[in-house]
Design a protein around this ligand. Sequence first.
Ligand code: OGA
Ligand code: NI
Length: 364
Amino acid sequence: MAPVPLSPVKVGHIDDVQELRNAKPTTIPERFVRDMTERPTLATALSSTSDIPVIDFSKLIKGDKDEVHSEILKLGIACEEWGFFQVINHDIELSLLESIEKLAKEFFMLPLEEKQKYPMIPGTLQGYGQAFVFSEDQKLDWCNMFALGVEPQYIRNPKLWPTKPAKFSETVELYSKEVRALCNDLLKYIAMSLGLRQQAFEEMFGVAVQAIRMNYYPACSRPDLVLGLSPHSDGSALTVLQQGKGSSVGLQILKDNTWVPVQPIPNALVINIGDTIEVLSNGKYKSVEHRAVTHKEKDRLSLVTFYAPSYEIELGPMPEFVDESNPCKYRRYNHGEYSKHYVTSKLQGKKALDFAKIHTKISN
Ligand code: OGA
Ligand code: NI
């Protein structure tokens, strides 16, 4: 999806994490061992009162007036206070969720030589490998990734669409259509929760860019030392995450300085606000930092769709969200440039958004 950087990136040797796990090393290779401050601690929220909000999609689209109204209110609170929510009773067929998951698992179970027919070039975000690695001394995530640009057509690299397992590519296509429709619908209700017209985002985004990333987190003998995925916010407008059935709990979001695990709900989809919505709403809805941790015995699979405006779109806070008490927090920028910046920087919390932040001086 991203343009290939001008100078080749030196990333050093990157172990394939599934192969590494199969080799059962007695110690975790140094490149995966996080510095003390980055290690996942056990001090994560435990109580169910800290579960992320659940939105009933059927109430939004089929509910009576009161139900629609109260679900939109709930959605607004979820976006404002959490930046994350789970959607139940969405319209995507369960059989489709099951097929994509099954095929993704089959893909990751293929021999390494087969997966390496679709290599992720360092500094880009499509194909099989480790994304966001830009130097030889950078710590690595305990994760194998496979990513594809899906829409619009011109971002596709057809050489990276696998021929094995059979039906993989057509299922990605079918799944992506459904998730696209869901994103479109959710953005309508998110716009309404912000007091905007339903179509506000759709009209602004042009032909939305959509990509899919499959993350495979093998079990790790020392989950206390490694991270499955480094803390980051998503550079998208909206992200839709499907957690593999029977997978371990692994996704965590940073809320009030505590890492809160996202407990999977069967057949629900996890949605989060990306950087685009944070900018457009001038920070009213924020993209929340999240990460993935690993499990001692269980592997974990997640299927993640990123939905974002067209690259040529200029973005900045909408005037509706800027006034004297809410000064403009972000400059206007071209979304394509932001995407390029995002995919060519290492994942580091919310640092990517510094690209657009206006740093107000205290004096004046
Ligand atoms: C991502 C992401 C979390 C997960 O791919 O951007 O946040 O649980 N994934 O895989
Ligand atoms: Ni993410």
